[in-house]
Design a protein around this ligand. Structure first.
Ligand code: SAH
Length: 283
């Protein structure tokens, strides 16, 4: 079957009595050009092990396996999982897990399977959570090529000073170089989603953007600060809990030493400066 041909996808879904679920973000890729771009962006080597979340009808899976790669795929929908088991029955390189990726131990799976690449057209509603869990895991994959909704993609690549800049940008860019490879129109999917999509690539950095003394503290600091993104940094830190700011009396002095103005708002502060601040606060 040609999985990028809309008529074949429709026939298959009808035969199997599958009505695409909005809740599960079931928008199947039917554009050969985009498929080629995803595969080219992946730059897979022989020893790479791919994780695919939400293989759907296997449009990507098929090509990943054909290229001889080991693929672990997690699919929540039992109807799709049943189809995939049949369609890929003779593929020893595919391990299909029928499960909810949000309830799976993704960091454990990444470690056990030696996942190097995450290549997925992620479900829209929950894709961001899955991505965050994967970029935060101890054995971070080397590379991601993922389809997400455009506004999430914009947040991933956002720079200080822009509205989209926030926790997601900081989490992702601390450990990865992030680029939007291509904006993708709804017509590339069946059924077409209501939002625009974007193909995003993340390349793991050799080292994080800044060396941190304590990454959990850095996260706490950034999370606390962005929960009040309209306030000024000085005010935010004065009122911070002890695990974020151990000694609130010295905060303004510490900011001055770092040359970070206390009147700045969280969205104006670079990742490097968040890192310097976290390292300083813990002295
Ligand atoms: N990769 C396929 C399908 C994308 S649609 C393609 O490009 O055509 C999103 C897929 O994610 C669907 O197969 C949907 O059933 C699956 N999915 C949605 N939520 C999931 C979850 N929590 N865990 C695992 N799979 C999920």
């Amino acid at each position: 079957m040609k999985r990028t041909r809309p008529s074949e996808v429709r026939t298959l879904l009808t035969e199997r009595q599958i009505i695409p679920s909005r809740v599960l973000g079931q928008n199947f890729l039917i554009d050969q050009n985009i498929l080629n771009i995803i595969l080219a962006s992946a730059h897979l080597n022989e020893d790479d092990h791919v994780l695919e979340i939400g293989p759907g009808l296997g449009v990507l899976t098929e090509h990943l396996i054909r290229a001889g790669r080991h693929v672990t795929a997690i699919e929540k929908d039992p109807r799709l999982a049943a189809y995939l088991r049949e369609a890929f029955a003779h593929c020893p390189d595919l391990q299909l897990i029928e499960a909810d990726a949000l309830e799976s131990d993704l960091p454990g799976l990444v470690q056990r399977h030696g996942i190097t690449h995450v290549i997925s057209n992620l479900p829209y509603s929950s894709g961001t959570r899955m991505l965050v869990e994967l970029i935060d895991c101890p054995d971070r994959p080397l590379r991601f090529v993922v389809m997400l909704q455009s506004d999430v993609a914009e947040r991933l690549v956002a720079q200080p000073g822009s509205k989209a800049y926030g926790l997601l940008s900081i989490h992702a860019q601390l450990h990865y170089d992030v680029v939007i490879r291509k904006h993708v129109s709804p017509s590339c999917f069946y059924p077409p989603p209501e939002v625009r999509s974007a193909l995003v690539e993340l390349y793991r950095r050799d080292r994080p953007m800044i060396d941190l003394r304590d990454e959990p503290h850095f996260r706490e600091l950034v999370k606390w600060s962005f929960s009040q993104r309209r306030k000024q940094l000085g005010t935010i830190l004065q009122k911070a809990p002890r695990q974020v700011v151990p000694d609130s009396h010295t905060v303004s002095h510490q900011l001055a030493e770092l040359n970070i103005a206390s009147s700045l708002r969280p969205e104006q502060i670079s990742i490097i400066d968040w890192g310097r601040l976290s390292n300083k606060l813990q002295r």
